[in-house]
Design a protein around this ligand. Structure first.
Ligand code: NAD
Length: 435
């Protein structure tokens, strides 16, 4: 099939590459000429495991191309995916300006029947909005359908998630267009669910809000464990083994960040309120998450007081492992607060440092976790990259001025850290010390 994907970010680029890999003819469009030039030169604007190879393979085979020419790309395509960003406005509402701009351009470009598929995360009701925008921008009436096909990929495993999603949700206004999408996705051989458009839009928000709720719930339990002297790791094991609950997303830590959960939970609260419903439960989830970084820095303040002029090594900057994405990363909150308190921060992240430099210029960026730890009065683990689990901790201890570790993701075992000679603080577990 001839496919056009508008917006070559994490979702669009991966979607385009995977559809090309399945044998479709794909053109990816972006309005950032620099990004398109980079892609045309075979370089990736983002870090995502396996992406560069997949893009190179499909470009070489002539199934994947990149352009800024939306009109040309739309005219040659049966299906046009919208995968542009939907960032939050100051009040939590979703900013649909990029979706609207693209819908207008699609309406102006269309010459024959086209299926417009909204893959961006958009509030319930946006399908109707996109349809109206396209209708109003058409020079003469051309038939089209607007489908909602929300995306569930996770950064860091985006290719794998797109090839093997738990489910494919197709919110279609009629059977015929649903069949077109079923045909496109059939080679993946994954469960598909066909719904109406608003239900598909709601499935995306309900899924993210539920996962965010699980995270905040276990973090609230971690807070209680700290007060009661219980161990949240043991609690998680016991709770997660209940088949009705499951262990996924039950990890106590610094809470959720990234480009999706924070904005999607805020957006759902906002949509609920505009529909006349006060989503108190989700407001509480957001509040618990907001307290995570200050709570964590509070541990550093208490153990190292005063923080003024103390050197803190921060390991991990990306909002989660295996990505260079710094959007709403907990490291930003933690480091900003540490700097406000007068601390000096030395940081290391395997891939996110170029992006972090633009947001946190006052940090000293290091070439390795060991360089970051050298001379530090405390070490804060913020993002649980796998390589940190296998650090030579004896070496880390020997390099630090004071061997005090604050583990924001519970990646190390307290007893082991005590034996290695650290004072060790983690989440929802008792602090331990070798002395
Ligand atoms: P992104 O910011 O990485 O990419 C968006 C791209 O759209 C950018 O390259 C931007 O230049 C381009 N763009 C913006 N306006 C444009 C226009 N008028 N014409 C052409 N291109 C334009 O965003 P993303 O992370 O890929 O997310 C895209 C959507 O998918 C969002 O709604 C997001 O909520 C949703 N989503 C994201 C993820 C994720 O993990 N990143 C997962 C599921 C869903």
């Amino acid at each position: 099939m001839n496919i056009c994907v508008v917006g070559t970010g994490y979702v669009g680029l991966v979607t385009g590459a995977v559809f090309a890999d399945l044998g479709n003819d794909v053109v990816c469009v972006d309005n950032q000429p620099d990004k398109i030039a980079l892609l045309q030169a075979g370089r990736m604007p983002i870090y995502e495991p396996g992406l560069e190879e997949m893009v190179a393979r499909n470009v070489a085979d002539g199934r994947l191309a990149f352009t800024t020419d939306l009109t040309g790309a739309v005219r040659r395509s049966l299906i046009v995916f919208i995968t542009v960003g939907t960032p939050p406005k100051a009040d939590g509402q979703t900013d649909l300006s990029a979706v609207e701009a693209v819908a207008k351009e699609i309406g102006q470009a269309m010459e024959k029947y086209t299926v417009i598929v909204n893959k961006s995360t958009v509030p319930v009701g946006t399908g109707d909005f996109v349809r109206e925008v396209i209708e109003q921008s058409q020079r003469s009436p051309v038939p089209f359908d607007v489908v909602s096909n929300p995306e569930f990929l996770r950064e860091g495993s985006a290719i794998e998630d797109t090839l093997r999603p738990d489910r494919i949700v197709i919110g279609a206004p009629n059977q015929q267009v649903a069949m077109t999408l079923l045909e496109l996705y059939a080679p993946l051989e994954r469960p598909m669910i066909i719904t109406d458009v608003p239900s598909a839009e709601m499935i995306k928000y309900a899924s993210n809000a539920f996962l965010a709720t699980k995270i905040s719930f276990i973090n609230a339990i971690a807070n209680m464990c700290e007060l009661a002297g219980a161990d949240v790791s043991q609690v998680i094991k016991g709770v997660g083994l209940d088949a009705r609950i499951g262990p996924a997303f039950l990890q106590a830590g610094l809470g959720y960040g990234g480009s999706c959960f924070p904005k999607d939970t805020e957006s759902l609260v906002h949509t609920a309120s505009s529909l006349g419903y006060d989503f108190k439960l989700l407001r509480a989830v957001i509040e618990v998450n907001r307290e995570r970084a200050p709570h964590f820095v509070g541990k550093l303040e208490k153990a190292l007081a005063p923080l003024d002029d103390k050197v803190i090594a921060v390991l991990g900057l990306a909002f989660k492992p295996n990505t260079d994405d710094m959007r709403e990363a907990k490291s930003i909150e933690v480091i900003t607060r540490l700097l406000e308190l007068g601390a000096r921060v030395r940081a290391y992240d395997p891939v996110a440092m170029p992006n972090a430099r633009k947001i946190l210029p006052a940090v000293v960026y290091c070439d390795s976790p060991y360089e970051a730890a050298a001379g530090a009065d405390g070490l804060a683990l913020v993002t649980e990259w796998n390589e940190f689990k296998f650090l030579n901790l004896e070496r880390v201890r020997a390099l630090m001025r004071r061997p005090v570790v604050f583990d924001g993701r519970n990646i190390w075992e307290p007893e082991r850290m005590r034996r290695l000679g650290f004072e060790y603080h983690s989440i929802g577990r008792r602090p331990v010390s070798s002395s």
